[in-house]
Design a protein around this ligand. Sequence first.
Ligand code: BG6
Length: 508
Amino acid sequence: MSETIQTSTARVADPCVMIIFGASGDLTKRKLVPALYNLVRHGLLSKNFAVVGFARREIDHDEFRHRMTEAIQEFGTTEFDSSLWDQLESRIYYLQGNLDSLPDYSRLAELLKQVDEECGTRGNYLYYLSTPPSFFDKISSNLGAVGLAKSEADSTWRRIIVEKPFGHDLDSAIELNHRLLTAFDEEQIYRIDHYLGKETVQNILVFRFANGIFEPIWDRRYIDHVQIMVAESIGIEGRGAYYEESGVLRDMIQNHMFQVLSLVAMEPPISFEADAVRNEKVKVLNAIRPMQPEEIIRHTVRGQYGEGLVSGDRLPGYRGEPNVSPTSTRETYAALRLFVENWRWAGVPFYLRSGKALAKRDTQVMIQFRRVPHLLFRGSAAEELEANRLIIHIQPDELITIRFQAKVPGPAVHLTPVNMEFRYKDLAESSPATGYETLLYDCMNGDSTQFHRADMVEAAWEIATPILDVWEALRPRDFPNYAAGTWGPRSADALIEGDGRSWLNPSL
Ligand code: BG6
């Protein structure tokens, strides 16, 4: 008999049309269409489902279908099965339109009626904003103006997925929330964060709250500090124009990493209902006090990569990338020391770091427990005992490791750290995914647990904005300050070493 406990049964998603604004962009072909195809493979997409691509390019339905067929063959994460793809392909439509033009939204309304009739999608519409953020406001207000934002009957729904970046600071995020909320209700808005679609990230909640042994020691009495690292070995890969406006704090830390931090630090929710989980997550962000300028100087470090070798390949420095100013002061690396000021975490530093062009791609959360009192091992080599660590490897390795001390067999007392490991691949053969599958599926079913709520986005910007302001005011003079292919600037080591701790760098 299987020992697997199912807490929910996967049902086929609601019938609906997914309308992708900015459908000719990279995201559609690299992530969205492969994710939809994977949902078909898993039998989770309704047979009454359709896609409408909306973009400026002058092509027709057939040409768009043809391009999506090429995309799935190039970017699909699972084996291509033409009979499965045919089911989806025949339900893909295209509308050539201008995001600014109201008449084009009236044409969209007409097309949606036709699709409802042809595909039985029942008037349920999921809008996906895969466009530059400057269009978010226009799209939502135009949808509102032609009556597509609110559903006509109680039995149908309208939902909107908004891609990042959600604002570029606190004021712009508040403004954007305000504007979206003039056409849509908060329950209809799904602010997507693809990190929350990762299995290993989703498992943090289960790991913490479905096991009785970790929660009692999950606090300042037993935990010395927490490290969260998202290291990327790639540079900015042709996204110079975007990155010059963004930088790593906006691109990775304010959204993805703060979400991971809240999952690690949150209190147990009273249920797995969306708002119960999100209420606890936002409390964590609210418990991180925005820093004063002098604290920002002490608790943060930034960097920019210069030329270097990543896995043997030469990478130009950031300033040598296309569309990047040769004197750019944009940060491609940041390390922060944050404090969650509540009863559970007071005094426990959370060290966050992320960067481009680092030595290796690796995302992990490391919980370091307090050291044991050394009395027992005084005078022996064991005096330098390493503290226990629990490491949640998010990607590319998917595993959880507990590191503890063991006695090396023999007459003398020699200790050595050993690992106990759980590897996801030993549990189930998972088919490679894009990370968007669960999120699209959840949205089709009206489950917003894994999406940001307006107050969460604003709370995250409240922490990030003062840092950005200080960084803007104090231009760095030492950029580039780390070579591509290393673990970041020396000042980042100093940040943690000043506390008598050190970064846990993955082995190469
Ligand atoms: C995106 C960022 O949100 O996440 C990119 O804009 C980054 O700059 C990417 O490379 C990383 O995602 P993943 O899933 O590869 O860790």
